[in-house]
Write a protein that binds this ligand. Structure first.
Ligand SMILES: Cc1ncc(COP(=O)(O)O)c(C=O)c1O
Length: 494
């Protein structure tokens, strides 16, 4: 990476130049540089943002056929991230996951997927007709967390399924824990697999030596990062990075045209151009401060009776900008601690589950914000520790979701289905992706047999305050494949 060239922001510069030229617009967007926007909106955000809400014009290039400043901006991103090609995404890592799977898989291809995958990965399998074979990370019952994939777990999955064509990893996971990609990726490549990585939580990794290495640096064929989640991208702005060799680039470009809007937001794309520039030119310094803030907060939280925040001593190298705080000793589920922080202290955390709250510390945080968090946690802990009875938590092992797959996600998704009461659903086949939010890891995938244990887990999560996606609006009914509607072409009978 040439540090000097990384100061350039070709897309943003072209947008500013075009906005300042004040050309008369007879094209979209209809608000015409803000002149037609609602007054309330303009008053709140100011007028300038609308002048760069542009559309595909020669001066600012085309996302789907880049030949000018977007091409240049994507090339700078590729060099900053150590990729052969980088692509700007305007539908988040969700769109990137769809694109990676569609580009790498043909219908019927077997794809080894870690079960900590986001539901967009299952949607990718439904869209492409690929057949996922799930394998599971270990659950640490002490930390009450799903860890990430070890080399041995990946090797067993690869050796057991020599027919698989693709390996799909999610690393880091929500809690900052990484798969052992340094060993897994070369092993998978030696056995002819294409390696795809959902690196939604890792757009910063490349820019600080104390953080785990990023997937594309290690050799992943494709990886997607939510620039908007961790660094300076606007919400929805992500990047897809690619290495040449195993990926058909024309196919990838085609697929990106399918899964993304023909009217990409220039504001989102400019935020990618600027976020890359910021990270490449001052990322190390900014992340140094972020890591320091996070590590200080971790050690202060660990001195508060009733709270625990794991570090490298427990889990080895991980993304230590994340703080996963175990709250079970307070007798409260994480969901409730999160609500107390919000309503009483004006503090919003990234997510809560039954056992933890998860705090993202980023380049946008200040010491004062972390002080407030630690002091609020100190008060909540003092009020609750030793006073309440132990929190009723879902059985952590159920998170292992060893469901039997009776049809592919695509077969079950397109089969006739209906909603039935959850209590009657044991032994039926799910037609939905059912996910407990957060962290958004699928509990059921279309085609899987629903078990009583899974239903109990969903009910307990709801009772504790979790959000379950994939049920009906009342949270009492679940989508199942109608009996007799499978086989559909190519499926086994049901
Ligand atoms: C691991 C993982 N992958 C993908 C996504 C989807 O990313 P995006 O919101 O950028 O579409 C998420 C969102 O939480 C995620 O946690």
């Amino acid at each position: 990476m040439d540090p000097d060239e990384q100061f350039k922001t070709p897309l943003f510069d072209a947008m500013v130049t075009l906005a300042e030229s004040r050309k008369i617009s007879f094209h979209t967007p209809g608000h015409k540089s803000g002149k037609g926007i609602s007054t309330r909106f303009r008053k709140f955000v100011g007028p300038k943002i609308f002048s760069i809400d542009l559309t595909t014009l020669d001066e600012v290039d085309s996302l789907h056929k880049p030949r000018g400043v977007i091409k240049e901006a994507q090339e700078l991103a590729a060099r900053a991230y150590g990729a052969d090609r980088s692509y700007f995404l305007v539908n988040g890592t969700t769109g990137g996951n769809h694109a990676m799977i569609l580009a790498a898989c043909n219908p019927g291809d077997k794809i080894l997927v870690t079960r900590n995958a986001h539901k967009s990965v299952i949607a990718g399998a439904i869209l492409s007709g690929a057949q996922p074979i799930f394998f599971r990370p270990t659950i640490d019952t002490r930390l009450k967390l799903t860890l990430n994939i070890t080399f041995e777990e990946a090797r067993t999955a690869i050796d057991t399924h020599p027919e698989a064509k693709i390996l799909f990893l999610t690393s880091p996971n929500y809690y900052g824990l990484c798969a052992d990609m340094e060993r897994i990726i070369p092993y998978a490549h030696d056995r002819g697999l294409i390696v795809l990585v959902d690196e939604a939580h890792g757009p910063h990794l490349r820019f600080h030596k104390s953080l785990p290495r990023s997937a594309v640096e290690i050799g992943a064929d494709l990886c997607v990062q939510s620039t908007h989640k961790i660094i300076g991208g606007m919400t929805q702005a992500s990047m897809l990075h690619a290495r040449s060799g195993r990926i058909d680039f024309p196919m990838l470009r085609n697929v990106l045209r399918f899964v993304q809007t023909t009217s990409p937001s220039y504001i989102l794309m400019a935020s990618l151009d600027l976020a890359r520039m910021q990270m490449a030119t001052e990322g190390e310094k900014l992340l140094e401060k972020t890591i320091q803030l996070s590590q200080e907060a971790r050690s202060r939280i660990n001195k508060i009776p009733g709270l625990f925040c794991f570090g490298e001593e427990q889990v080895g190298p991980f993304d230590m900008t994340k703080l996963t705080i175990t709250v079970t000793a307070l007798g409260l589920p994480g969901y409730q601690v999160s609500r107390i922080l919000n309503s009483r202290y004006n503090i919003q955390v990234e997510m809560a589950d039954a056992f933890h709250i998860l705090v993202i510390v980023s380049i946008g945080d200040r010491k004062d914000d972390l002080n407030k968090l630690v002091e609020a946690l100190r008060e909540i802990a003092a009020e609750n520790v030793g006073k309440s009875s132990p929190v009723e938590t879902p059985d952590i092992e159920v998170l292992n979701f060893e469901n039997e797959a009776l049809a592919t996600p695509r077969e079950a998704f397109f089969a006739d289905h209906h909603y039935i009461a959850m209590d009657d659903a044991a032994d039926e086949i799910s037609s939905e992706i059912v996910t407990v939010y957060p962290p958004g890891v699928p509990v059921l995938v279309p085609g899987e047999r629903i078990t009583k244990e899974t239903i109990d887990y969903l009910k307990r999560s709801l009772k504790l305050g979790g959000t379950v996606d994939g049920l009906d609006e009342t949270n009492q009914f679940i989508g199942v494949v109608k009996r007799g509607s499978l086989p559909i072409p190519g499926s086994r009978s049901f």
